[in-house]
Design a protein around this ligand. Structure first.
Ligand code: GLU
Length: 545
């Protein structure tokens, strides 16, 4: 009998869930679920950074996890670290009493100066316990300084086994530090709270991002001082873009930067002009453009994008929410995320959640950087859509619309949405359905005709398209049956009699009803729009062109 596996996902609620976090959650979930009813997957909210953690961010995070379907087993007892301060304080008091933790008084500036001194002397900076005399402490207190509590890390080499790296990871004694376990605001640091809670929650396996590998030395030092058992550690590899750069929020900034530079070049405008147009400080824009390592806040991006001609959906998706808003299905995203480092073998790729759960094992997770291949994700989404039932697609489209409240498709009935999904069969993302079908829902007199389409389809060759439209109009008006098949038969007959191709006729109709040269299949579009609205749009197009 193996011991039951207990895993956890422990996000800090500082915003929407990043795909890297989602992968960690997924692997932790799969590892627990692979054990059936024996395994447990728990959620803990690491909200000890009071300045950065917000209720809104926490709600967003929970919503993203629910959208993915990664349900946690402690729904009735979700752990918030901010509510457990008494417990941490009791344990810290005990460490202090045992001489394993102490008050320290340096300010941030003093610590920076110490670090700079070490850098100058070309030695690594490590914090070791200073000795304060009682007088000095009295003086520091009199100055109104607040102390932190540091852990007096016992001198020794620290080592732990990482199952993904497949080897021991070692920190020599020289690198040991006395790190902070309680901050000046009285909250525990991440290092302290994570150690206490992992043991309190009975966690057996810790899967987390590779950026935490070195933190694990601090955690095992604390576990030893607190007489805690050591869980199994597995640090996941980084997720990279196809060009080997680390995938992250920076990629969105990069795209905005490129477009801003293009915009300035093409319009011959200056950062000061842009500042006037966006309300951002001109120095902020100039500094950002001058320093490719700097980043603007997402709220600044929002101000710039309409001016430089970018839509939110033009930015590369990074957050789970971005993928949801752009019309990916959670099952496709999960399948794709699972393969960022894990593989079941035999080149197996497309899998249901049940299959992934059955096949998952920690020893098939690789430590090589995982490539985030967006083309592959799109292909997964397309395949998922292809095999999904109509009811599943309808639910997915409704969900997509709930996070795209501006889409006019929100006005549609379920029956209409089902028709659109059917008409647009073979689509890759729900956003494609949305983009292509919006014109149905605009008021007839709000259709704007794309000048290029008008030129190419209606005006070219001496208004050939317009003339056809004019001729076909009475035929359509007389159509006794406004369904796709009879409409198609009537138009085909007309084409034959006039020696025209179907395209010669279909394209002018398409431009007239949609304003563009792309739409779902034309006869189904006419049926969907209905006779009166189709004719009204054709009339308006004839009048305007
Ligand atoms: N709150 C930490 C984070 O979001 C959790 C790290 C861990 O899993 O221990 O990165």
């Amino acid at each position: 009998m193996s011991t039951p596996i207990v895993t956890r996902f422990a996000p800090s609620p500082t915003g929407y869930l990043h795909v890297g976090g989602a992968r960690t959650a997924l692997f932790s979930w799969l590892l627990a679920r692979n054990q059936g009813s024996q395994g447990r997957y728990l959620l803990r909210i690491e909200d000890t950074d009071l300045a950065r953690s917000t209720q809104q961010a926490c709600d967003q995070l929970l919503e993203d996890l629910k959208w993915l379907g990664l349900h946690w087993d402690n729904a009735d007892n979700l752990i918030f670290q901010s509510k457990r301060v008494d417990l941490y304080n009791r344990l810290i008091a005990d460490l202090i009493a045992r001489g394993l933790a102490y008050e320290a008084w340096e300010t941030a500036e003093e610590l920076t100066a110490l670090r700079q001194q070490a850098e100058k002397a070309k030695r690594p900076y490590v914090y070791r316990r200073p000795s304060y005399t009682p007088d000095q402490i009295a003086q520091l207190k009199a100055q109104g300084r607040k102390s932190v509590i540091r852990f007096a890390t016992p001198a020794k080499e620290y080592r732990f086994h990482d199952v993904i790296a497949g080897k021991d990871i070692v920190m020599p004694d020289e690198e040991r530090q006395d790190f902070v376990i309680r901050k000046t605001d009285g909250m525990p640091t991440y290092h302290f709270a994570v150690v206490v809670d992992d043991v309190e929650m009975g966690i057996t396996h810790i899967l987390r991002g590779g950026e935490h590998t070195k933190n694990t030395f601090l955690h095992i030092a604390l576990q030893e001082a607190l007489n805690y058992p050591r869980p199994i550690y597995a640090h996941l590899s980084t997720i990279q873009n196809m060009d080997n750069t680390k995938m992250g929020k920076r990629d969105r900034d990069k795209k905005v930067r490129e477009q801003t530079n293009n915009y300035l070049k093409n319009t011959k405008k200056t950062p000061a002009d842009l500042a006037a147009q966006t309300g951002l400080a001109s120095s902020r824009i100039a500094d950002w453009l001058a320093n490719s390592k700097s980043q603007l806040d997402p709220s600044d991006h929002d101000k710039l994008m309409p001016v430089i001609g970018l839509k939110p959906t033009d930015l590369p998706e990074i957050l789970v929410h971005d993928f949801r808003r752009n019309g990916y299905l959670p099952e496709a995203l999960l399948n794709f995320l699972a393969l960022l480092g894990w593989s079941p073998g035999e080149n197996r790729e497309l899998m249901s959640m049940d299959e992934m759960t059955r096949l998952f094992s920690i020893d098939r997770i690789s430590n090589a950087p995982a490539k985030f291949d967006r083309a592959k994700l799109l292909a997964f989404n397309t395949q998922t859509v292809e095999t999904a039932t109509p009811a599943r697609l309808l639910a997915a489209l409704r969900d997509y619309l709930s996070v795209n409240p501006d889409s006019p498709l929100n006005q549609a009935t379920d029956e209409q949405l089902a028709q659109l999904l059917h008409m647009k069969k073979g689509f890759r993302t729900l956003r494609e359905v949305d983009d292509l079908c919006r014109f149905f829902f605009y008021p007839d007199d709000h259709i704007t005709f794309d000048p290029k389409a008008v030129e190419k389809v209606l005006k070219k060759d001496d208004n050939a398209g317009l003339n056809t439209l004019q001729e076909i109009r009475p035929l359509l008006a007389a159509a006794p049956d406004w369904r796709a098949d009879p409409l198609e038969a009537a138009i085909k007959q007309y084409c034959e009699s006039k020696n025209l191709t179907l395209g010669n006729v279909a394209q002018p109709i398409r431009v007239a009803i949609s304003g563009t040269t792309v739409s779902p299949p034309i006869f189904h579009s006419l049926e969907f729009l209905g006779k009166d609205r189709s004719l009204a749009r054709i009339d308006r197009c004839l009048k305007q062109s």
